[in-house]
Design a protein around this ligand. Sequence first.
Ligand SMILES: Nc1ncnc2c1ncn2[C@@H]1O[C@H](COP(=O)(O)OP(=O)(O)OP(=O)(O)O)[C@@H](O)[C@H]1O
Ligand SMILES: [Mg+2]
Length: 152
Amino acid sequence: MKILMQKNRRIKNEADMLAFGRKLANILSVGDVIALTGDLGAGKTTLSRGVILALCGETDVPSPTYTLVQTYDAPAFEIWHCDLYRLERPADIYELGLLDAMEEALCLIEWPERMGGLLPEHALTLTIGFEGEGRQVSFSGSQDWMKRLEHV
Ligand SMILES: Nc1ncnc2c1ncn2[C@@H]1O[C@H](COP(=O)(O)OP(=O)(O)OP(=O)(O)O)[C@@H](O)[C@H]1O
Ligand SMILES: [Mg+2]
């Protein structure tokens, strides 16, 4: 699959990161896998909160740091919010049930690097970098993703 990179988007504060997540939610659906990469404190959970709030109306979205997974019910599908920082081996995602969830739910995955090669090719990767007091988000994914992102 051809991987393309879209130009970066600057996001100046936490409120804008939440707003970006809410906009991104408009184009997300079941079977989508969103890989969120970036250092500790980059804003991966904040962005996820925006998506989950938009799709479920849920405002209480704790970081799944220790549970590894938190699930939410959107009207038509489940959302899996994962933080794999503490995953010991890539193969542990089988036990978590994440392989099935990536087909049957919408998955937002922090620290996807921990999955090694088990991250599906059709995932959209959002890389969050620090820029001054704000952040910069870059997108990488298939041409199909780039088309969908035109609406975000
Ligand atoms: N665009 C932004 N500009 C400035 N600060 C931001 C932005 N987005 C999020 N933050 C702030 O960054 C901090 C860390 O955010 P968050 O917990 O979402 O990071 P994370 O990437 O999930 O970290 P971890 O790797 O520990 O899970 C929070 O205090 C949040 O308010
Ligand atoms: Mg986090």
